[in-house]
Design a protein around this ligand. Structure first.
Ligand SMILES: Nc1nc2c(c(=O)[nH]1)N[C@H]1C(S)=C(S)[C@@H](COP(=O)(O)OP(=O)(O)OC[C@H]3O[C@@H](n4cnc5c(=O)[nH]c(N)nc54)[C@H](O)[C@@H]3O)O[C@H]1N2
Ligand SMILES: Nc1nc2c(c(=O)[nH]1)N[C@H]1C(S)=C(S)[C@@H](COP(=O)(O)OP(=O)(O)OC[C@H]3O[C@@H](n4cnc5c(=O)[nH]c(N)nc54)[C@H](O)[C@@H]3O)O[C@H]1N2
Ligand code: SF4
Ligand SMILES: [Mo]
Length: 767
């Protein structure tokens, strides 16, 4: 039984089955799996209508990840992947939950459902309200809901007592309107999912290269000489990136994968759209796999740079790009001096990498100038997440591998519009220039005091310093660290407002008043002022383009995100600020015109967003114009993190299975890793299993480190897996209960969900 009062998904460890991990990703099984989801949950005509428009020019932007679409040759067969199909099936499902559903299900009964079951209930069909001591959500009219929200917000002592969260699926238009409302209300409390995601990348890249976004385009990936993929599992989380990697290989490029796990998608890829690829059994991807220990990346990068430095010293100018360093960078001397103090073998032993493999990697980089480093959560979600990325930048700067064709930074974004939301001002610490342009354009003074990011927002709610929590999408309970702590924080709320498409666990830890406002999804037609609207998004490579739904709304009672925000703004602010909310949403062109006036790079927004592939936002790093404080790219000195673990403890990373989208559980098949039917598993090295006294499929409990308080996640099955010794892996969000609220990078405030210190013990009555 679940012992967390229903705040975690009920257990499924007894259903877990294990098979051999796969060595070839995608191919026919991917098509089969994606289609199965589409055909199980969607009406056939809806499936046809959406899939033919998915990621096509002028069509629907896939609500999956932020990987960009090719600019020219989009496949008519389908410019999407298995997980794109699952994302569509999840949103455009033919199932609904309405007032009668909630009348027959108490909140307790809903808590007994697994996350997988909750998601499969279907789309929320009408606004719902739950008040203290009630057992059921009950219907509420839109007008009453807006009225209630306005009066509760206005009853606060200070606007900072409200928290306004955003998840990265929301459109530019909704995000811009949301931050406008929140700032007009009087706070910068705008935490977002990015705080738990690529915030470390943003912080590190802004400081070193003057822009918090990546620098490369798809074309750069195709022509790179070497691509290093660190802390990322693209086969699962960015499947169409595999096509770009395939092209790079076809052009003679090499790939180095750095990961504690031999992720199948890094090893081999069969392009499901290419019959020849299918016949040949796909292409080998990684030329070199460096199985780094969790958080051994700084040590490994230092070792690689030392090896390169040795060669450079033998023949100055033969390895490093002296001209670039001289002309465009600062801090080289201090960086060089600090690096010289390091010892190659010490670094490699910390990273857990054989010297011969490191030498092979250094040899692959030595003569090459077109180098790209791609990374994701394996680098960002550490206490030293920002340092990890600054160390990546050091390597690229040494090689002059930035701001030229085939080279640069590639932080691979998660949510499909997480990058756009930040561009739109979803940021708790906005730059002054942004606030000034809001003031100039809208005629009210936005607050300057910085607001709270996710971890501080949770603490503020827990300590009752904040009393209202509103969320524009997302699942603030399960995506955040320290589930039990966060549940208590949410339960302390006077008011919770969830603007959502689907029911999730965050809706089941109510405050005194909880309101669910159901909204349209990307796939649906959005009519305002009598005409069909489209929205726009920014992908991982800074291209802004349109997205337009094709299906009729799944319920007549839904409103669009911008319409909901405008109504909340109106009922809260009345005429306090001179913003015409109704005008803005009557045609989204009006919102885009406002964006154009306030945010650089959006000139002629309405015109350019209508061009078939959209437009690129300006990117200084791409053209060697570094908008840092000193105007140059900056080397940095980053210390190696402490890798010591107390006796009897190990390091756990929390990762995604192939069959989930963050807290949305599409299914129970982690096909590539060979785990089926359940998610409560802990992947463990076989030698560790022997020395810790465990057998395959033993039932164990995961215990947090005592210093961090008493955190336990019970009943996980041990699965032998090729993972470095002393490291284990579990799935997010099941293991989030173990991520301490106070364990995060102090600069980015990103929770260290890839390095959690735990002790593993046999479960009592383990059968
Ligand atoms: N299908 C699907 N697609 C998704 C998502 C999803 O849940 N499902 N989520 C979206 C979102 S929001 C995001 S942010 C991205 C996430 O995309 P990823 O970052 O690829 O996702 P994770 O599963 O967190 O995988 C992290 C990878 O880092 C490795 N790793 C862990 N610790 C370390 C370390 O210390 N060093 C190194 N070198 N590697 C390490 C893990 O073994 C794993 O392969 O995907 C996006 N796309
Ligand atoms: N331990 C651990 N924790 C992690 C991570 C990890 O790797 N390990 N990864 C972190 C990362 S990278 C991220 S990005 C966060 C994700 O954090 P979130 O973005 O908060 O979580 P999601 O699971 O993506 O949110 C899913 C919910 O969004 C709602 N939704 C879906 N589509 C729409 C829509 O179109 N509009 C609206 N309004 N709502 C919609 C649905 O109700 C759905 O249940 O989790 C973080 N948490
Ligand atoms: S790669 Fe990402 S954006 Fe593209 S179809 Fe797949 S899930 Fe959707
Ligand atoms: Mo993310």
């Amino acid at each position: 039984m679940n012992d967390k009062r229903g705040i975690e998904s009920p257990e499924d460890h007894d259903k877990v089955k294990v098979s051999k991990p796969k060595e070839n990703s995608a191919g026919i099984p991917a098509i089969r799996s994606g289609l199965k989801h589409v055909l199980t949950y969607m009406d056939r005509k809806d499936a046809f209508a959406t899939l033919t428009k998915l990621n096509q020019k002028g069509g629907i932007d896939c609500p999956g990840c932020a990987w960009p679409d090719p600019e020219d040759d989009r496949s008519k067969l389908g410019e999407y992947c298995e997980n794109g199909m699952k994302a569509i099936a999840e949103e455009a499902t033919n199932r609904r939950i309405d007032a009668s559903f909630f009348a027959s299900h108490t909140i307790e009964a809903l808590r007994d459902k697994t996350d997988f079951e909750l998601g499969k209930l279907g789309r929320i069909a009408e606004p719902m309200l739950l008040q203290a001591s009630q057992k059921h959500y009950q219907p509420i009219s839109w007008d009453d809901a807006f009225e209630m929200i306005g009066s509760e917000l206005n009853a606060l002592n200070h606007p900072d007592e409200a928290i306004f969260y955003t998840s990265g699926r929301t459109s530019n238009e909704a995000a811009f309107l949301y931050q406008l409302f929140v700032r007009a209300f009087g706070t910068n409390n705008l935490p977002d999912c990015s705080n738990m995601c690529h915030e470390s990348s943003g912080a590190a890249l802004s400081e070193t290269l003057g822009i918090g976004k990546g620098s490369v385009t798809l074309h750069d990936l195709h022509v790179a000489e070497v691509i290093i993929i660190m802390g990322q599992n693209p086969g699962t989380n960015h499947p169409r990136m595999m096509t770009a990697l395939e092209k790079c290989k076809q052009n003679g490029g090499k790939i180095i994968a750095i990961n504690p796990l031999p992720e199948c998608g890094l090893i081999r890829y069969t392009n499901p759209q290419n019959p020849i690829s299918i016949l040949k059994g796909g292409v080998k991807l990684a030329d070199l796999f460096l199985q780094v220990r969790i958080n051994g990346d700084i040590a490994l990068l230092k070792a690689l740079m030392l090896l390169l430095m040795q060669e450079e010293e033998k023949a100055p100018g033969s390895v490093f790009d002296r001209e670039f360093i001289e002309e465009h960078t600062s801090g080289y001397e201090a960086f060089y001096a600090a690096l010289k103090e390091e010892n190659i073998d010490e670094c490699l032993s910390e990273a857990g990498i054989d010297r011969s493999l490191a030498e092979e990697a250094a040899a692959m980089l030595r003569q090459k100038k077109k180098i790209i480093v791609c990374w994701a959560m394996g680098l960002t979600q550490h206490k030293n997440g920002v340092d990890n990325i600054k160390e990546v930048v050091n390597l690229l700067l040494l090689k002059g591998a930035i701001g030229k064709e085939g080279a640069g930074t590639c932080p691979v974004r998660g949510h499909s519009n997480v990058q756009g939301d930040r561009t739109m001002g979803i940021w708790e610490s906005p730059p002054k220039s942004f606030l000034e342009s809001i003031e100039k354009h809208f005629g009210f003074k936005p607050p300057e005091k910085h607001g709270t990011a996710v971890v501080d927002a949770i603490k503020a709610l827990k300590e009752k310093k904040a009393r209202v929590f509103m969320s524009l999408g997302g699942n603030f309970l399960s995506a955040t660290p320290d589930t039990a702590y966060t549940a208590a924080a949410l339960q302390n709320c006077r008011l919770q407002v969830h603007i959502s498409t689907k029911l999730n666990r965050a809706h089941l830890v109510p405050g005194e008043i909880s309101i669910i406002l159901p909204c349209l999804g990307r796939t649906e037609i959005d009519i305002q002022g009598g005409t069909e609207q489209f929205v726009s998004v920014e992908n991982s490579m800074g291209i802004v383009h349109s997205s337009k739904g094709v299906l009729p709304p799944c319920s007549p009672h839904l409103k669009s995100e911008p319409a909901i925000i405008a109504s909340i703004a109106r009922s809260t602010l009345k005429d306090r600020v001179p913003v015409d909310w109704e005008f803005l949403i009557s045609n989204y062109d009006h919102i885009r015109s406002a964006i154009e006036s306030c945010i650089p790079g959006f000139q002629a927004y309405n015109e350019r967003v209508r061009t078939p592939s959209g437009f690129y936002l300006p990117n200084g790093a791409r053209i060697r114009k570094f908008n840092t404080q000193n105007g140059t790219a900056n080397f940095s000195v980053n210390s190696r993190p402490d890798m010591m673990v107390p006796d009897g403890y190990c390091i756990m990373m929390t990762i995604r299975s192939h069959d989930q989208y963050n807290t949305t559980i599409y299914g129970l098949e982690d096909r590539y890793r060979g785990i089926h039917g359940g998610r409560r598993v802990v992947l463990m090295n076989e030698d560790d299993m022997k020395s810790w006294g465990f057998k395959a499929m033993d039932l164990v409990d995961l215990n947090g480190h005592a210093d961090a308080g008493k955190r336990v996640a019970k009943h996980f099955r041990v699965v032998p897996y090729p993972i470095p010794r002393g490291n284990v892996a579990t799935y997010f969000p099941e293991a989030n209960v173990l991520v301490p609220i106070h364990s995060y990078d102090t600069i980015s405030k990103t929770p260290a969900s890839k390095r959690v210190v735990i002790r593993i013990t046999k479960s009592e009555n383990s059968a």
